[in-house]
Structure formats: C-alpha cells, structure tokens
Ligand binder design. Structure first.
Ligand SMILES: Cc1ncc(COP(=O)(O)O)c(C=O)c1O
Length: 411
C-alpha cells in the first residue's frame, strides 16, 4: 500500500510551524529525520510509568523497564532480519563503527593485513578504521567511484586480487551520492578473494529507507543510527553475527558488561551485553522500537517505492533549474533519496541560506565525506533528502528557492 503522507504528516506537529512566514519544508532527513508523536509517546510512557533501571532490580517496575529495553532489541533484530543476540545498542552509527574498530580491528589485525574501504565513506565509517589500521600497521586500500557515482567494481577486483584483504568496511547507501551499493556482490568478491575476511557495512542511510535483511546481505556486521529512521537521537546499533561479537574484545568496560570482577581483573558477560557497559539508553530504545513499529506499519517496500517516485520527481525538478549539476547516479533504481547538487557559480552555503530564509531546510557542506568531496573536486554540495513525510508539494518551494538564489547571487 502507498504511504499515506497526509497521515504521517499529522503525526509531526513540527510540520505545522512557519518559519518567517514560510511553510516549513523539511528536506534534510539524511542528516536527521523528524520524530513522530508515537515515538515521543513511547519515551514519555517509559519516563512516566516504567521509570527504573534495567537488568538489575527484581521488583516489577525494573522488570518492566528491562522488558522494554530487551524488547526493543528483539524488535530491531526482527526489522533487520538479524539475531537479537547480535544486536549491540550504541549511541549512534559512529559509535557502532568505533566498537568494531576497537573490538575487532585493533585487537585482531596486524601489519600483514589489508583493509578495504571506499572513497565514498562517511567519516564515521572511515576514520575509526584508518586509525585502527595505522595503530596495527595495516594497509588501507580504497575502491574508487565511476563518473556516475557507482563503486568501481573492476578496480575493487584489482584491489582484492592478492588475497590480502582481511577486513572490508563500506557504505550501503551513500549520504552524498545517494548510490545504493550492491552489498551482496561486493561481499562475495571480498570473500572469494579471502574467505577469512570480515565484512562490515554502514547502513545509516539504508536501514531507514530500504528493506534490509542482514542475513541476505551475507555480511558480518552492520551499523545503524536511530535518529535517521524516525527514532530519537542517542541510540544506534552494531548488528553483527554473534560469532563475530564473541571474537571481539570489549570496547568500554565497567558495570553490566562483566560476568565476574576481582580487585585485579574481570571476565565478560555474554554477547551482546559484553559491549553495553553502564546504564544504557532505555527511553531511546523504547523510542527506537516505536519508530521501527511505524516503519513496519508503512512497510519498507512502500517506503522505498515512495522515495523512488519522489526522487524521480526531485531529479526532474532540479533539471528545470538552469545551472544545476546533480552528483551521483541519475537512475532512480540505483539511488536513494539523498540528492546532492551544485548550482553553477554559487557557493552551497549561499544556496542553503537562501533556501533556509524561505523555510526550506537542506544540508550544505562536505557532509562528513571530505575524501569524496576531493574526488568530486568540490569543497561542498547542497543536499536535499526526502522521507515518508515529504511529497511533491515540497519540491516547488525548493525549485523556487534555487531560482531565487540563482537570480540574487548572479547579480
Ligand atoms: C552514511 C552515514 N554513515 C554514518 C553516519 C553517522 O551517523 P551518526 O552521526 O548518527 O553516528 C551518517 C550520518 O550522517 C551517515 O550518513
């Protein structure tokens, strides 16, 4: 069934706001999505009615809070078709990547190993691994992109040819180019070259927008972040094969993640709790579970179909503005709803300021992808990104704003 955008919008009072007399047009969901009321209600209910700590108390309220928190793990695992014991809650995708970089790469890789990355990574899926590689003396190789913004798989085959890649980390959907990478294909290439290789995928821009089956992707770990998928800020997850988590060293130590402690040492709790030191994000887990419930209610195939259609309309609309160059694939089957572009001769910050003054919220800058900006030979881009609460009515203010920017700054 198609997404009932009007109904989604009714759950988002923020969309009734006016900014300087302009209707709020939110086209920045790749940075952070809006938060529907059922998500706020779930967090509010925890604080009002079930407030206590988890995994400690034996009284009913504490058991209720624990059920809420552990229930959220099961809900997220179901949404991503993964094993709940492989779901580690983190504060965001960045922390999920760091957990893997510290717990696996720094603990198990050495100077004979090679890490495979790509030039289109968000810093969150790049810096933790380049730092880890430097710390253990491993080499890092980067898959380049083709002129239309796809990963160059021929080049990847060459980078893999000597069989030395033992760890690969790449993005599922690019936050700048919108490219949907063929994760199963690149994963097979990595494994065919070296069957011991561990494959990690950054799903921060994919899990909110596409049907995702962790099992079918065939990978070892996947990072997600709640605030881009209708959930609250402050929660994300590393979703991994439990066997990988078993091999990993703890990242943060302290309470809850232990089995036993002596004055001089400690042993670790079972996975995934081994990686969740201290009091976790209980309200946020409840909120994330509610967000997943909403997405499952819409159906992820319907979410994808809605965004595919809207992205096609957005690309057409941008095509009507003189001087616009879109970065990334033009084929909507190969891309998600984050669309980056340049407006000839005008700095993205000026474009963003003009759009902002008209109530249109887009992201401008390097989008935490400085190496990709260098490949594109730009310092920054303007990015419009859509979600389940956007429709074609949001495109006209964008186009009008771009034309206004072109007229104003060309003077
Ligand atoms: C592709 C990608 N990966 C990772 C992240 C990091 O997410 P977070 O800031 O929630 O850790 C982002 C955020 O923009 C992203 O777009």
């Amino acid at each position: 069934m198609a997404i009932d955008v009007a109904a989604v919008r009714r759950s988002l009072p923020i969309l009734d706001r006016e900014l300087d007399g302009h209707r709020l047009v939110y086209l920045d969901s790749a940075a952070s999505s809006l938060t529907p009321e059922p998500v706020l209600d779930a967090m509010d209910r925890y604080y009002r009615w079930s407030r206590s700590n988890v995994n400690r108390g034996v009284y009913p309220l504490a058991e209720e809070a624990t059920d809420l928190y552990e229930g959220a793990r099961t809900v997220l695992a179901g949404f991503l078709d993964a094993d709940p014991t492989g779901v580690v809650f983190t504060k965001n995708a960045t922390e999920a990547c760091n957990l893997l970089a510290y717990g696996y790469v720094r603990a198990h890789l050495g100077p004979d190993d090679v890490l495979l990355s790509t030039v289109m990574e968000h810093h969150a899926n790049l810096v933790p691994f380049t730092q880890a590689a430097a710390a253990v003396g491993a080499e890092v190789r980067h898959v380049p992109i083709t002129p239309d913004g796809l990963l160059d798989l021929d080049a990847a085959a060459e980078l893999l040819a000597d069989g030395r890649v033992t760890f690969a980390a790449f993005v599922h959907v690019s936050n700048v180019l919108g490219t949907i990478n063929d994760v199963p294909r690149l994963t097979r290439m990595v494994r065919d070259a070296n069957d011991r290789a561990v494959v990690h995928v950054d799903g921060a821009q994919a899990a909110p927008h596409l049907p995702v089956s962790f099992r079918d992707l065939g990978i070892d770990s996947y990072a997600i972040t709640g605030h881009k998928m209708l959930g609250p800020t402050g929660i994300g997850a590393l979703v991994a094969r439990p066997e990988l988590l078993e091999r990993m060293e703890p990242f943060l130590t302290g309470g809850d993640m232990i089995r036993d402690v002596t004055l001089t040492g400690a042993t670790w709790n079972d996975v995934p709790h081994k990686f969740e030191a201290g009091t976790p994000m209980i309200a946020e887990a409840a909120g994330l579970a509610a967000a997943v419930g909403l997405l499952e209610g819409y159906g992820m195939a319907a979410v994808r179909a809605h965004e595919r259609e809207l992205t096609a309309q957005l690309l057409d609309a941008l095509g009507t503005v003189a001087g616009v160059t879109v970065h990334g694939p033009k084929d909507v089957d190969l891309r998600g709803g984050a669309v980056s572009f340049a407006l000839d001769g005008i700095h993205p910050h000026d474009v963003g300021a003009m759009l902002g003054s008209r109530g249109v919220c887009v992201r401008v800058g390097h989008h935490c992808t400085k190496p990709l900006m260098r490949c594109l030979d730009v310092a920054a881009t303007t990015r419009a990104s859509s979600y389940v609460y956007n429709d074609v009515d949001d495109l006209e203010p964008l186009v009008d704003g771009l034309e206004a920017a072109a007229a104003f700054f060309a003077r």
